[in-house]
Design a binder for this molecule. Structure first.
Ligand code: ADP
Length: 402
């Protein structure tokens, strides 16, 4: 137990570290920042202080310990060092918690070992997350460290939704099942959407559309996630910036046997050269919208394919839930791209889903409704805040409120 009121949230990626210091009592964010291109010649650290001023350092951060050491230095320079008694915990984003981690978890040696055992199902993410945890534990061994898992919110998926229809023994031997990702965001946004309606999340059914570079949908019934579009890996589901989302798995054999591509080449194709990028050469929705607006046909097709898939999922998740109270758009595209929201809901009036063009065109950083008053289903824009969700979960855990 600690008297501190602040949580440092760390999100250690393969070549980057994002951090935010959040005060759980007054809601302030005394510091935030990002270290990019760790291990490369052109590393960069951008630190944002409480008053919004930014400090930038361009230097080589050889590895994660060096990057996290630099973060600790920046915090200390603002009088917010890791030795501060005001710090209650460090909250770590961990991508894959498998079936074991269904809730935020206090980090122990055994927990680190278990996250390590999950590396085969999250080879790109879990190693960096573990390094972040290990370095933070070295810097402040006495401080509670809490792992918050991207998969945890989806561990409630019914078995019928979590299973692929493949041989059970093979699936179990290789831990093949639908895990889902972006869970922290889906959890935060589904609750915030219910609150926007002035209702208890336990009574509300929500379809969350998290549309960032990666994109996923989820169906949340009374606060419990019952379906999500990403699966064993974050490749399944929606059309994304560079990822294909759903394809016929037979496409992999075809490209290998007939096209002569290796497995690694197909992996690269589907994860890094597909989606919007594959269809039109741009992965940023802003660019796709600009080009489509100028009559560029490739960009138009990319946009159409993106929203077609979205609409399909909204319809499917409507069927999964039986009753939908609110469709919530979030993340970079969901929060900012009015044409995507409009097109994703177009033609769904029979389901009670409609978007008011005027409300939809309002630019705002606040959670807001964009559906007309008469619609049976609310449509909302809800800015996600994964850092706040991680901080809240970590803080609640160290204060025994979980
Ligand atoms: P990440 O998945 O990296 O967290 P974000 O949620 O920040 O991503 O979303 C990033 C994406 O949001 C960008 O690639 C861009 O396509 C999209 N985006 C950001 N601002 C806008 C905007 N004004 N209009 C359309 N798309 C936008």
């Amino acid at each position: 137990m600690t008297d501190g009121t602040r949580v440092l949230v760390l999100n250690a990626g393969s070549s980057s570290v994002k951090y935010q210091l959040i005060d759980m009592v007054d809601g302030s964010r005394p510091a935030a920042g990002l270290v990019e291109r760790i291990g490369e010649a052109d590393g960069r650290l951008v630190h944002t202080a409480a008053d919004g001023t930014k400090r930038e350092r361009a230097e080589v951060f050889a590895d994660h310990p060096a990057a996290l050491g630099a973060v600790a230095g920046e915090l200390a320079a603002d009088g917010l060092g890791l030795d501060s008694p005001r710090l209650a915990a460090i909250g770590h984003r961990v991508v894959h918690g498998g079936q074991r981690f269904t809730a935020p978890t206090l980090v122990t040696d055994e927990v680190v070992a278990e996250i390590r055992r999950l590396i085969p199902v999250a080879p790109l993410h879990n190693p960096a997350n573990i390094t972040g945890i290990e370095v933070a534990r070295t810097l402040r061994p006495d401080l509670p460290q809490v792992a918050v898992f991207d998969t945890a919110f989806h561990t409630t998926l019914p078995e019928a939704a979590a299973r692929y229809a493949i041989d059970r023994k093979t699936a179990d031997e290789h831990r093949v099942r639908r895990y889902g990702f972006h869970g922290t965001s889906h959890q935060y946004v589904s609750r915030a959407a219910a609150r926007l309606l002035g209702r208890d999340p336990a009574e509300v059914n929500v379809i969350v559309l998290h549309l960032g570079n990666g994109a996923s949908a989820s169906a949340v019934a009374g606060g419990v996630c019952v379906e999500t579009s990403m699966g064993l890996t974050p490749l399944e589901g929606l059309v994304m910036g560079t990822r294909s989302g759903d394809v016929d798995p037979g496409l992999v054999f075809h490209l290998h046997r007939v096209g002569g591509l290796t497995v690694d080449e197909i992996d690269d194709l589907l994860n890094r050269r597909s989606g919007l990028l594959g269809l039109c050469g741009d992965n940023d929705m802003r660019e796709v919208l600009r080009r489509a607006g100028e009559g560029d046909e490739e960009a138009r097709l990319a946009f159409d394919a993106y929203v077609h898939r979205l609409r399909k999922y909204v319809g499917a998740y409507y069927a999964v839930l039986g009753r939908v109270d609110v469709v919530a758009f979030t993340a970079g595209v969901g929060e900012n791209a009015a044409p995507v929201r409009e097109a994703a809901c177009a033609g769904l009036e029979a389901l009670g889903i409609a978007v008011d063009p005027e409300l939809n065109s309002v630019r705002s950083g606040a959670a807001r409704l964009i559906s007309p008053g008469y619609a049976r289903v609310a449509v909302a824009v809800v800015p996600t805040d994964e850092e706040l969700e991680i901080a809240q979960q970590a803080f609640a855990l160290v204060h025994g409120r979980n």
